[in-house]
Design a protein around this ligand. Structure first.
Ligand code: SF4
Ligand code: F3S
Ligand code: FES
Length: 246
């Protein structure tokens, strides 16, 4: 058992960091230490968590400024004399302590039109190539932790962009459907004009923080951008749009 210094955000948006000396045991993760704080010093510390296995996406926080799942952040990965600062995700309003209001994400999810198969399609009517199945499966590993949404500079530092930008998680959803061979909706125009795809300048920070290692930028955002560019710069499509065909 050792003692470690933790700085933890307390209060709402106007809160502050509080310093604690807390016991740490071998094999523990940051969430274990937060639970020990609750049990011994701060019974009212608000922390969201559920599975403690990296699968529910509830325990997202920032640890020393980096968006991470607290249940997957091993204490053994910090330097022995390193103090550890735990703050709520910065991109969303703080409710209390480490808990944020992430309803922005649910609102953006509702704006993406759902899967639209050809009219009259019955279950079992179509077969998909393995490559198409695998693409969807990669995107569907998402645990909705919203760490990618938290880290993306487009909204992290610019509250004013939230209205016009869905964020990487939901642009990935738009890409999944746009690239789906049986989806009939054309999602290129709305991705650009309503979901703010053009705001993404491919910094790849979203990919770096994804605990499921989904290649959000390379496999979703860039292919979607390429399809949008095809639509915009294809002279036949351009002509069609001018004469009202598309
Ligand atoms: Fe979390 Fe990755 Fe899903 Fe983003 S894409 S919400 S980082 S699991
Ligand atoms: Fe943001 Fe990811 Fe693009 S971090 S800028 S959505 S590559
Ligand atoms: Fe479920 Fe961390 S508690 S992902």
């Amino acid at each position: 058992m050792t003692k470690r210094t933790f700085h933890v955000w307390r209060g709402g948006g106007e809160g502050d960091l509080a310093e604690y000396e807390v016991e740490v045991n071998e094999g523990e993760v940051v969430l274990d230490v937060l639970h020990r704080l609750q049990a011994t010093q701060t019974p009212d510390l608000a922390v969201r968590w559920n599975c403690k296995a990296g699968k529910c996406g509830s325990c997202s926080v920032e640890i020393n400024g980096r968006p991470r799942l607290s249940c997957m952040a091993r204490m053994s990965t910090f330097e022995p004399d390193e103090s550890i600062t735990v703050t709520p995700m910065r991109t969303f309003p703080v409710i209390r302590d480490l808990v944020c209001d992430v309803s922005f994400n649910y609102q953006k999810a509702r704006e993406i039109p759902s899967f639209t198969p050809p009219e009259g399609t019955e279950p079992g009517d179509f077969r998909m190539a393995q490559a198409d199945v695998q693409r969807s499966q990669e995107f569907r590993k998402c645990i909705e932790c919203f760490l990618c949404q938290d880290v993306c500079h487009v909204i992290r530092d610019h509250e004013e962009n939230k209205e016009a930008f869905s964020g990487p998680r939901f642009l990935m959803r738009a890409a999944e459907l746009e690239l789906h061979p049986e989806d009939t909706a054309d999602r290129r125009k709305i991705s650009q004009e309503e979901f703010g795809l053009g705001y993404c300048n491919i910094t790849k920070c979203c990919t770096e923080v994804c605990p499921e290692n989904i290649k959000i930028t390379d496999n979703a955002l860039i292919p979607l951008k390429e399809r949008v560019a095809d639509r915009q710069y294809d002279p036949l499509v351009w002509l069609g749009s001018k004469i009202g065909l598309r």
